[in-house]
Design a protein around this ligand. Structure first.
Ligand code: ADP
Ligand code: MG
Length: 267
């Protein structure tokens, strides 16, 4: 692993050169950051769980025709992905008011929105990923009008699919973040879903108790973040009932071939 060329180290993942041109290896770390990296820490086993959850979600999305960068999972913390030119936008999809929306507009957390909201933030850590308008996106050429149409329709499709997937395991999908990238073929490019979908970038609330099962546990010092991430994986059928920890168990399960074709458990 250390002999591979490192392309980029971010807050939650490391990108290495892949085995073939146009591929990368995405390594999932346990590092956690919040509030534009002002708060830093680690969530034990998070990288292992997020690798597995993101694999599951991206695979399911590809089955409904959403193009993604995911090729295959390589091991507990790594997946092989297609290299893309990242569109410098964080696409936020909101179903229920939480986080920055509540602060910015003074809406109570937990209020169901009259319809799904899409927000775009310019990806720039130095600026704190500011919210930007579609006019600004067009003005500064961060994405074309056609690309924004593709992004918004894919985001809504992904939201509909994920809302159903999570509600089947008694989880409310409050909001989440997506990143898209361009795959070039000569002079033409098409957009595919990139980065990850995991409890790092989603707000997931238990539908019965309202308990938070995502990175807000870390942001707000609620504790129990390891258990929360593991609970999401367990409900998706990615861990068995008697699993003690994320590491060994996922690996053992993988070696026994149990994870292949595993169906999500009924909750
Ligand atoms: P950051 O701290 O910038 O959020 P992460 O720790 O999330 O970084 O590492 C992932 C980085 O890789 C992100 O900057 C993301 O935009 C980028 N990325 C994700 N998927 C791809 C891909 N398929 N090709 C190229 N870059 C990608
Ligand atoms: Mg990131």
């Amino acid at each position: 692993m250390s002999r591979r060329r490192q392309i980029y180290e971010g807050k939650a993942k490391i990108l290495y050169e892949g085995p073939e041109p146009g591929t990368l290896i995405q390594y999932f770390k346990d590092d956690a950051t919040a509030f534009n990296a002002q708060k830093r820490g680690t969530i034990n086993g998070k990288g292992v769980i997020n690798n597995r959850i993101s694999e599951f979600v991206f695979t399911r999305l590809s089955h409904i025709g959403v193009p993604t960068h995911f090729i295959r999972r390589l091991n507990m913390r790594e997946q092989l992905i297609r290299q893309v030119e990242i569109v410098p936008l964080e696409v936020i999809v909101r179903n229920v008011a939480a986080g920055s929306l509540t602060k910015r507009l003074g809406i109570d957390e937990g209020e169901t929105l009259p319809h799904t909201l899409l927000e775009y933030c310019y990806k720039d850590d130095g600026l704190g990923d500011p919210l930007v308008s579609e006019e600004e996106i067009a003005c500064f050429n961060w994405a074309s009008h056609e690309e924004m149409q593709d992004i918004s329709s894919m985001a809504i499709r992904i939201n509909d699919f994920l809302c159903g997937m999570f509600s089947a395991i008694n989880i409310r999908l409050v909001d989440f973040k997506l990143e898209f990238g361009r795959l070039w073929d000569g002079d033409y490019s098409r957009l595919i879903l990139a980065d990850e979908i995991s409890p790092d970038g989603c707000r997931l609330w238990d539908m019965t108790t309202g308990e938070k099962l995502d990175k807000d546990r870390f942001r707000r010092d609620l504790g129990g973040e390891e258990d929360a991430y593991r609970e999401v994986a367990r409900r998706l059928g990615l861990l068995s009932e008697n699993d003690s920890g994320p590491g060994e168990v996922l690996d053992l399960a993988h070696h026994r071939g149990r994870l292949r074709g595993t169906k999500p458990k009924k909750s």
